[in-house]
Design a protein. Sequence first.
Length: 188
Amino acid sequence: MSQENDRLLGHADEADGIDEYDNPLPDWWVGLFWLTIVWAIGYSLHYHVIANRSQERALANEMAAAEARWPAEEAATRMSAAELDVTDDAISRGRTLYGQYCVACHGVDQEGGIGPSFLDTEWIHGGQADDILRTIVEGVPAKGMVPWEGVLSPTQINDVAAFVISRHSEATGRPIADIVGEGADPPP
Ligand code: HEC
C-alpha cells in the first residue's frame, strides 16, 4: 500500500479522536471476497443439484436404510382378523393386560367409563375383529383412546383384542366366529 493512498477522512473530531483512512482494500482481500461468492454459487449448485445432498434426500436415505434394517414391524402389528388367535390362553393373557392397560378407561367389567363399554351392541369404530384391532393399534388420539402400537407387542395386542371380543360376545350373545369372521356389523 502506497503512502499517497493514506488520505484521512477527517472526522476525528466526531469520533473521539479516532482517525479513518479511505484506502481501498488490498487486492488479496477483495480477491478472497469474490472467491467466496463464486465458491458459494458453485457449491450450492453442486450440493443441491449435481450431487443432491439436500437434507430431504439425506432423510429419505436414512429412512430407507432404517426400513431395510428393521423391516415392517408395522405389518406384524397390523395383524388382520384372519390371524387373530382367540383361544382361552390368549383371552386369559388378555384379561391380565386389560387390567394393566385398559381398565382405567373402559371399566373393571368393561362397562365403560372414560372410554365406551364393550358390553353393548354399539361400536363407534366398528365391531368386526379387524375394526377392533385397528382401533387398538391406531387409537383415537383426538378422543383420548391411546394408540397401543409400539406400547404393546403384536402378541399383546392380539391377546387384549381377544379378551375384548370374548367379553363382548359373552355380554351380547354374538358368536365370536361372527365377530372374527367376515360378517357385517349386526343391526343396532
Ligand atoms: C386413557 C383412556 C383409555 C385407555 C387407557 C384405553 N382406552 Fe380404549 N378408548 C378410550 C376412548 C375415550 C375411546 C372412544 C374413542 C372415540 O370416542 O372415538 C376408546 C375406544 C376403544 C375401542 C373402540 C370402541 C368402539 O366403540 O369402537 C376399543 C376396542 C378400545 N378402546 C380398546 C382399548 C384397549 C384394548 C385398551 C387397553 C389396551 C384401551 N382401549 C385403553 C379410552 C381409553
